[in-house]
Design a protein around this ligand. Structure first.
Ligand SMILES: [Mg+2]
Length: 225
């Protein structure tokens, strides 16, 4: 049976959390100039607020900058509009800057390409932002790019229903790449990245293949593809 390898994008192929980390630090510098609250309190507040806002705003590119402006409002007595603007535009950069490939992704993608493996990208987020991130790392050779509002059981089930192939899902998020994909009948392999978003970590599932590098995942896959 034909095999299709579906890959997550953020924090699986590209260093998204590292990019957020650097922008968050820049914004924290701005906010701590304005208030005496501990950096960790400010940082945790924004992280939780941003995740809670997914419920109402989904993956809109407005959500992350807005969560930082609201965080500034929460911790600072004064609401200076030039500080707000500075925070907002710094946060917005996450959507325009190039997010670099993980060190092990270049070779992994080449291995897949050279072995004529059918590769799809299955990602969630804003359509234009995700397309730009894929263009930046030259993923024009992959067969299909799916940009979904949410990566849940319904999404994987609909893929499974429409394609008679052996489907693999590879990603860093247990609740979005592993759990629902496996439930829908995919073979799912977890990539355990050092930096992971809190939103990608909520899960009760513990029994699944997990690798530290994409090189290890290629070693698992090459027997089968
Ligand atoms: Mg991811």
């Amino acid at each position: 049976m034909k095999k299709i390898i579906c890959l997550d994008l953020d924090d699986t192929l590209i260093q998204t959390q590292e990019a957020y980390f650097s922008i968050n630090n820049n914004i924290l510098k701005v906010i701590t100039e304005e208030t005496s609250f501990p950096v960790n309190d400010i940082s945790n507040y924004q992280l939780n607020l941003d995740i809670n806002m997914i419920e109402t705003m989904g993956f809109s590119p407005e959500r992350y900058p807005l969560s930082w402006v609201k965080t500034y409002h929460n911790f600072s007595l004064e609401k200076k509009s030039y500080v707000e603007k500075q925070i907002y535009s710094e946060a917005k950069q996450i959507f325009s800057k190039k997010i670099e490939l993980h060190n092990d992704a270049h070779k992994f993608l080449n291995n897949l390409k050279e072995n004529d493996v059918e590769v799809w990208i299955v990602t969630h987020g804003d359509y234009n932002v995700q397309n730009k991130r894929m263009d930046d790392i030259h993923l024009d050779w992959v067969t299909k790019k799916i940009i979904s509002d949410h990566k849940n059981y319904e999404l994987y089930k609909s893929i499974k229903k429409n394609y008679s192939a052996e489907l693999y899902m590879i990603g860093n998020s247990i609740p979005h790449d592993i759990e629902p994909a496996r439930q829908a009948g995919f073979k799912a392999i977890h990539i355990n990245r050092n930096f992971s978003w809190k939103y990608d970590q909520y899960s009760k599932l513990s029994d699944f293949p997990s690798c530290k590098t994409l090189g290890d995942i290629w070693d698992l896959l090459k027997m089968e593809v």
